[in-house]
Design a protein around this ligand. Structure first.
Ligand SMILES: Cc1ncc(COP(=O)(O)O)c(C=O)c1O
Length: 412
C-alpha cells in the first residue's frame, strides 16, 4: 500500500453481498444502473425506509407523533411513500409546499418552518391549511394580514428560540441569538396576540439541533423542551393543542460513530409522558426527523471513468461528485473532512487491497468522495457506492455546478 489510509465510515445495516455484488432491494447495483440507464444514480430502498419507521415506532411511546422533514429527501416517490408512514410532514419553503401538492399529499398534515417566508409563500400555505411555525413578530403580522384578506383563520404555531441547545449536535439551532424562532421570553406575548386575533392556534415548535448520536443529550434536550413549553403555556395561559418537540436524531456517518440508542430515547420520553403537567396533558406531541428516517436507506452509485496515479497516490475518478454528494465531500456542515462509508459495488465483500482516493469529475480539489480509503482494487467501469446518501444528497447539492445536472433517482 502506497500511503497512510484514512478510515471510512460504517456501512449501514441492511446491505448485503450476493456473489460479491452489493444488493439493494433484491437486485445488484449493476442491474439497477442498467435499469436506470445511466450513472450517477441514487437508489432509495423502500424496505429499509419501512423498516426504519417500524423500528422507530416500536421504540417510541405510542402517543408520540412522527413528522418527516422533507428537506432531507423530497424525491416524489420517496415523499409519497414517507407520507404513508409518518403522521405529518414538515416543509421549509413554498417550493417544498409545491412538491407536497404535486405528490397529492393532504396539506392539512403539513407544517412550515423557516425564516424568511415571503408573502407569496405565506399566502399559499395559509390557503392550503398548512400550519405556519411563525419565526418572528413581523412574520406573524404579515400572516394575520394575509389571512384576513383571504378570510381564513390561519393555522398558526410559534417557533421558539429556546434558551438551551442540543448538546453534541452537528448543527445547533437554539441557545443564544439565532435567526430561527422567537426568543423564548417574548413567546407568551406573541401567543396571546395571535390567539386574540382569531388564529386557529396550533401551539409551539421547539427545534434544538440536528445530527445527535448521544441518547443522553437528546433525552436532556427533550426534557428541557417539555419544561419550556409548559412554562410558556402557563405564562401565556393558553391550552397547548400541539407541541412539536423538534428532532435531532443522528445517523453514523464516520469511523467511530455509534448508532443512536433509540430505545433509551423512547423510554425516557415514555417516562416524561406518564407525568405531563396539566398544560401539556392534552397536547398532540410530535418530533420531526429528516436524516434519521431516510439517510441510511439511500446509496449513491457512480462509475469510475479513469484510474490514475499521481506521486504514488491512486485516484479513482468517477462520473459523480460533490454536485450530488456535497455532504460526503465534506463541504456541507462539517469542519473536518472525514470519509463517508464507501465500497466498490461489484466487490462488496472483498478485502481491501489498496489505498485509493475516490474523486468526482469536477475540476476542484473539493470534489473528493473518499480520501485515501482502503478498498478492493477497482478498475475503470466499476461502480463505487457511497452510503448514507438518502438524506441531503440530491436535495442539498449544487447539481447545476459545471453544467453537470442532476443524478438519476430510483425508489426500489
Ligand atoms: C426546523 C428543522 N426541522 C427538521 C430538520 C431536519 O433535521 P435532520 O434531517 O437532521 O433530522 C431541520 C434541519 O436543519 C430543521 O431545521
Amino acid at each position: 500500500m502506497n500511503a497512510k489510509p484514512k478510515a471510512i465510515g460504517p456501512i449501514p445495516a441492511g446491505y448485503e453481498a450476493r456473489d460479491g455484488n452489493l444488493i439493494i432491494g433484491g437486485r445488484s447495483a449493476d442491474e439497477w444502473v442498467e435499469h436506470a440507464g445511466r450513472t450517477p444514480l441514487f437508489l432509495y430502498s423502500q424496505s429499509l425506509l419501512e423498516q426504519r419507521m417500524a423500528d422507530l415506532r416500536a421504540a417510541m411511546p405510542e402517543r408520540l407523533r412522527i413528522n418527516y422533514a422533507i428537506k432531507a429527501n423530497s424525491f416524489e416517490p420517496v415523499l409519497k411513500l414517507m407520507s404513508t408512514l409518518v403522521d405529518g410532514l414538515d416543509i421549509a419553503s413554498g417550493g417544498e409546499l409545491a412538491l407536497v401538492q404535486q405528490a397529492g399529499i393532504d396539506t392539512a398534515r403539513v407544517s412550515f418552518a423557516g425564516p424568511g417566508k415571503r408573502d407569496s409563500e405565506l399566502e399559499a400555505a395559509i390557503a392550503a391549511r398548512v400550519t405556519l411555525n411563525l419565526e418572528s413578530e413581523g412574520e406573524a403580522a404579515r400572516a394575520l394580514t394575509i389571512a384576513d384578506r383571504l378570510g381564513i383563520a390561519p393555522r398558526l404555531a410559534i417557533r421558539v428560540n429556546p434558551d438551551f441547545e442540543l448538546k453534541g449536535s452537528g448543527m445547533k439551532m437554539g441557545g443564544g441569538a439565532k435567526p430561527f424562532g422567537v426568543d423564548a421570553e417574548r413567546v407568551p406575548a406573541l401567543a396571546r396576540h395571535v390567539i386574540g386575533a382569531g388564529a386557529d392556534w396550533r401551539g409551539l415548535h421547539i427545534f434544538t439541533g440536528s445530527q445527535a448520536l448521544d441518547a443522553e443529550a437528546l433525552v436532556e434536550a427533550q426534557g428541557n423542551v417539555l419544561d419550556l413549553a409548559d412554562r410558556i403555556a402557563r405564562e401565556a395561559d393558553f391550552a397547548m393543542p400541539k407541541l412539536n418537540m423538534g428532532g435531532g436524531f443522528g445517523i453514523p456517518y464516520f469511523d467511530g460513530d455509534r448508532p443512536l440508542d433509540i430505545t433509551r430515547v423512547g423510554e425516557a420520553l415514555a417516562e416524561r409522558f406518564a407525568s405531563l403537567p396539566p398544560s401539556l396533558e392534552h397536547a398532540e406531541l410530535f418530533i420531526e426527523l429528516g436524516r434519521y428516517l431516510v439517510g441510511e436507506a439511500g446509496v449513491y452509485l457512480t462509475r469510475i471513468v479513469d484510474r490514475k496515479v499521481s506521486h504514488d497516490e491512486t485516484y479513482l475518478v468517477t462520473d459523480g461528485g460533490l454536485h450530488h454528494q456535497l455532504a460526503a465531500s465534506g463541504n456541507f456542515g462539517t469542519v473536518v473532512r472525514r470519509n463517508y462509508p464507501v465500497a466498490v459495488a461489484a466487490r462488496f465483500d472483498a478485502p481491501p487491497e489498496e489505498i485509493a482516493s475516490v474523486v468526482g469529475c469536477l475540476c476542484t480539489p473539493l470534489d473528493r468522495l473518499a480520501d485515501r480509503a482502503e478498498l478492493p482494487r477497482a478498475e475503470v467501469g466499476d461502480l463505487v457506492a457511497v452510503f448514507c446518501a438518502g438524506a441531503y444528497g440530491a436535495s442539498a447539492s449544487p447539481s447545476a455546478f459545471l453544467g453537470q445536472g442532476p443524478a438519476e433517482e430510483l425508489l426500489v
